[in-house]
Design a protein around this ligand. Structure first.
Ligand code: UFG
Length: 339
């Protein structure tokens, strides 16, 4: 029988790509999303790619009653992938309570209902932000946490703690937290991709919008970092590779292959690229120019981070397959479809 997976935030950027991979692997998918940062048409795009439109509920996960009604109606949920969360670092500094409520109350609601309705497994969207600026690179899963730089980062750290404590106290619950590095790129069909509302905060959407003429100029934040070209270094990962890591994690939990009730993995490529290298790769593979200027550092940015992915490679049997060129070409192909 098809296993039913509940995907919160399933119309969002990483969520929608993961729904596609789940359907391709034969899972039945139920999506919950409040559409605060995504569009309902994404479900039609998912249907175009896979031939299947997932069941969809539109509500906020902080609404316990509606969430419980969904658990009751759906009945036999095998596993949850929990993406739904607010994710803008700067906004979280302005509106910390919104972030603590959205990102943590929703998680607690899910865990309480998982216990009540006997749903055993949850995969959680964590972030490399839990490491702050590490002393040693690349970062392994045993690299210690740093004090979070923002309420957003704090919600990811606390989210992991909530899962760890819950899995310890209630052994019927198992969880995997995936610590994403910098997800970029889009599905090869160019039917789904990243759709930031308003001015993008992140580098790659800003690059593509500048190349498309929607933004006049890209500001490169900081050119005096202690890196080969002075600009900050990140581990960019293709969103489809990241989506596949979720499917593998769901299967690991379903098949009880996990080594402990709470596991966490770095999900990156292991390669660090600077902002300038990223822009240059974009320009080269797509044959377009990006108008940029070097400006001051952005407050709160770290200098460099990239993952040691050997634990995920060995334990999950997962490895990123797509390189920076594919990330940049798919991001551009997607941008050109956005009206
Ligand atoms: N950058 C620019 N110009 C821009 C946007 C970004 O130069 O217009 C630079 C940033 O300063 C940084 C790099 O590009 O050096 C990457 O920035 P992003 O905003 O794309 O990504 P971050 O690494 O800042 O943030 C990402 C996720 C967060 C997460 C964080 C953890 O978006 O959700 O990683 O480090 F918290």
């Amino acid at each position: 029988m098809q296993k039913k997976i509940l995907v919160t935030g399933g119309t969002g950027y990483i969520g929608s790509h993961t729904v596609v991979e789940l359907i391709k692997e034969g899972f039945e998918v139920v999506v919950i999303d409040n559409l605060s940062n995504s569009k309902v048409e994404v479900l039609d795009k998912i249907e175009k790619i896979t031939g299947t439109k997932p069941v969809f509920y539109q509500f906020d996960l902080c609404d316990f009653e509606r969430l419980e009604a969904c658990f009751k109606k759906e009945g036999n949920i095998s596993s949850i992938i929990h993406f739904a969360a607010s994710k803008a670092v700067g906004e979280s500094v302005e509106k910390p309570l919104l972030y603590y409520r959205n990102n943590l109350q929703s998680l607690v609601n899910l865990l309480e209902l998982m216990r009540k309705y006997h749903v055993p497994d949850i995969v959680f969207s964590s972030s490399c932000t839990v490491y702050g600026q590490p002393d040693k690179l690349p970062v392994t899963e045993s690299t210690p946490y740093q004090i979070a730089e923002s309420p957003y980062g704090n919600t990811k750290q606390i989210g992991e703690e909530i899962l760890k404590d819950t899995c310890k106290a209630h052994s019927e619950i198992k969880s995997i937290a995936l610590r994403y590095f910098n997800p970029v790129g889009a599905h090869e069909s160019a039917l789904i991709g990243e759709l930031p509302l308003g001015t993008p905060n992140n580098l790659v959407p800003f690059i593509t919008q500048t190349a498309a003429g929607i933004r006049e100029q890209l500001s490169v934040f900081g050119s005096d970092y202690n890196t080969p070209d002075g600009t900050a270094v990140r581990d960019y990962i293709h969103v489809v590779d990241l989506a596949k890591a979720h499917v593998i994690s769901v299967k690991r939990l379903l098949e009880n292959l996990n080594k402990s009730n709470f596991e966490f993995f770095n999900i990156g490529t292991g390669n660090g690229y600077s902002v300038l290298q990223t822009i240059q790769t974009f320009e080269r593979v797509n044959g377009v120019k990006v108008n940029y200027k070097l400006v001051d550092r952005r407050p709160g940015d770290i200098e460099q981070i990239f993952a040691d992915t050997s634990f995920a490679n060995k334990e999950l049997g997962w490895k990123a397959e797509k390189g920076l060129e594919e990330m940049m070409s798919s991001a551009w192909k997607w941008q050109q479809t956005v009206k």
